[in-house]
Design a protein around this ligand. Structure first.
Ligand code: DC
Length: 217
């Protein structure tokens, strides 16, 4: 039987860092579903397709070949990881992620990946929609301030000129948008284990998740 692990939570809760570590430990493919929504936003921006042109967006998605290699997302053979994490994509991505037709297409792709590989997926609707039947579901949280601080440090380390208050504002705005949208809003699956990472190290959260998986494999 295939293994699938779902990790949901708001932006900056540490999902991707932790998912990558757990993936290495259990030899799972790491699928960052947020990157897939970001790829759609990037391609839409480059092709001047705004969020109201749903038919054009669907056609565009059908031309997008998305593949994860060593934790990076490749779009039609090009590594787009750096492009999709830029702040200009962060500020527009929620609009595209709120579109029902876009979500249906990406959820279908994500489920196909989970049928082909042992996966750990992170996102907003993994435990509630994409991998509803998964045995391992986690919901990671942290205060908005702690999450903004982490994002700020991460972007600074990559040499980007960013400002903490702008990042905090973006995180609060996205939290609201992601958990209040009509289609598949961010929420904890009833059977997910909630972990508040505000005062926990990456190592501690990874250990917590890994030991639960180990016990139940
Ligand atoms: O995790 P992230 O910040 O890279 O996510 C980018 C956007 O995509 C964010 O607005 C939430 C949205 N998203 C979503 O709606 N569903 C997912 N499964 C993953 C991300």
């Amino acid at each position: 039987m295939r293994i699938s692990v779902a990790i949901d939570g708001p932006a900056g809760a540490g999902k991707s860092t932790i998912a990558k570590l757990v993936a290495k430990r259990f030899n799972l493919m790491y699928i960052n579903t947020g990157s897939m929504y970001r790829a759609v936003a990037l391609a839409a921006k480059e092709n001047n397709i705004d969020e109201n042109k749903i038919e054009d967006l669907c056609k565009l998605i059908d031309t997008m070949d998305m593949e994860f290699r060593d934790d990076d997302l490749f779009l039609n053979g090009e590594n787009i990881q750096d492009k999709i994490t830029m702040p200009e994509i962060s500020v527009i991505v929620s609009k595209y992620a709120a579109i029902k037709e876009v979500r249906e297409k990406l959820v279908k792709l994500q489920r196909e990946m989970s049928r082909k590989f042992d996966v750990i997926m992170d996102g907003r609707d993994i435990g509630t929609v994409v991998l509803k039947d998964s045995k391992f579901k986690f919901f990671l949280t942290a205060t908005a301030e702690a999450r903004a601080e982490r994002r700020y440090k991460e972007l600074k380390m990559r040499g980007l000129d960013v400002d903490y208050d702008t990042i905090l504002e973006d995180i609060i705005k996205r939290d609201y948008y992601d958990s209040h949208r009509e289609v598949d809003p961010l929420r904890k699956a009833e059977d997910a284990i909630e972990i508040d990472s505000t005062n926990l190290s990456i190592f501690e959260v990874t250990e917590k998740i890994s030991s639960i998986i180990e016990k139940n494999l």
